[in-house]
Design a protein around this ligand. Structure first.
Ligand SMILES: Nc1nc2c([nH]c(=O)n2[C@H]2C[C@H](O)[C@@H](COP(=O)(O)OP(=O)(O)OP(=O)(O)O)O2)c(=O)[nH]1
Ligand SMILES: [Mg+2]
Length: 319
């Protein structure tokens, strides 16, 4: 929860990707705060600078490259004993020049899967998650016919979907397990991350557990993180700041916040709108996907308002 009484030092940091998706990291000089650890290049915003100007300046000073395209990725507040920082993280998707450590610091390109094995400053866990997570998340619609469902799933995987919450409320336990087995097998053949709602016997093969907002305040939720294997993701659906804060408190890795826009399934229902979405996301340090009325075109808007990207059911399924 952001503590407004604290004076946060505004720091910009860059998740710089090359054409293959690898990420550029630098090692903090030993004599600096959090010295020796890997970091996303960046530094303090100087007075009179916009965050984007500070980002371009820091990246050029530290790496000798020019930022050509950048978009907000995540904001993280963290209170160290020595100082409180607001890490304002941008994704740099286009740059010119050859990156090198201009201040003598080691720099290296890493595959995203290598990131979780590196030592970062303690504030960085949500940034690493945001860097690893895609901008789109597919929540599966209720399966009517298993064969057709799996064919459509393969099409979505072929189209590039890499994060999927497999949800099926109408199947019985045996039906869910049987279909989950196939969803995991197909998803993994594309390198996709498959999240399940339940049940535990399938969870060992899946990449994580997704909680409904109703499950967030139950007794079992408090220790749910401990029931997962190392490296498995925990996520949840939210509709309020209280729920988002609970998700962060449970140690979850990401959340969905809905409904951001009017939906086809609940046309008359009240929705948050982008400004409220942004204000709510700003209260927590975890990646948040906008859900409700979203399609693939809303990704840059979602990022602009502080989101990780968009999550959708029908509009990512029936394309
Ligand atoms: N750049 C960067 N800073 C981070 C990360 N994680 C993290 O906790 N920090 C903290 C460490 C520092 O307290 C602060 C960045 O300040 P800094 O001293 O490196 O800033 P700077 O590059 O402007 O350095 P300087 O000119 O003052 O030497 O943010 C990260 O991933 N990247
Ligand atoms: Mg720096």
């Amino acid at each position: 929860m952001p503590n407004t009484a604290v004076d946060y030092l505004h720091v910009v940091a860059a998740v710089i990707r090359d054409a293959t998706g690898n990420i550029l990291l630098a090692q903090r000089p030993a004599n600096k705060h959090q010295g020796g650890k890997w970091e996303f290049p960046g530094g303090k915003v100087e007075s009179g600078e916009t965050p984007q100007q500070a980002l371009s300046r820091e990246v050029h000073e530290e790496l000798g490259i020019s930022v050509e395209d950048a978009a907000p990725l995540i904001k993280v507040r963290y209170v160290y004993p020595e100082r409180a920082v607001l890490l304002d993280v941008w994704e740099v998707t286009a740059f010119s020049g050859e990156a090198h450590g201009r201040e003598g610091q080691p720099v290296a390109w890493f595959h995203v899967d290598q990131l979780s094995a590196l030592e970062f400053p303690p504030a960085n866990a949500p940034i690493v998650n945001a860097a690893r997570l895609p901008a789109h998340c597919l929540i599966t619609p209720e399966p009517q016919d298993s064969t057709k469902f799996l064919q459509q799933l393969v099409q979505r995987l072929q189209a590039g979907v890499r994060l999927i919450v497999f949800r099926a409320k109408t199947l019985d336990a045996a039906g869910y397990v049987a279909l989950a087995h196939e969803v995991i097998r197909l998803g993994h053949s594309f390198g996709a991350t498959i999240m399940l709602n339940s049940p535990p016997e399938m969870l060992v093969q899946a990449d994580g557990l997704h909680l409904t907002s109703r499950q967030l305040f139950t007794e079992s939720a408090a220790s749910i993180r401990d029931t997962l294997l190392p490296g498995q993701w925990l996520s949840a659906s939210c509709h309020s700041v209280a729920e988002l804060q609970q998700v962060a408190m449970l140690g979850a890795d990401f959340a969905f916040l809905s409904p951001v826009l009017p939906t086809l399934s609940h046309p008359g229902e009240e929705h948050l709108g982008w400004e409220v979405f942004a204000a709510m996301v700003d209260q927590v340090n975890i990646p948040v996907y906008a859900l409700g009325g979203m399609d693939a075109h809303h990704v840059s808007t979602a990022r602009h308002y502080g989101g990780q990207g968009i999550a959708a059911i029908r509009r990512l399924w029936d394309v």
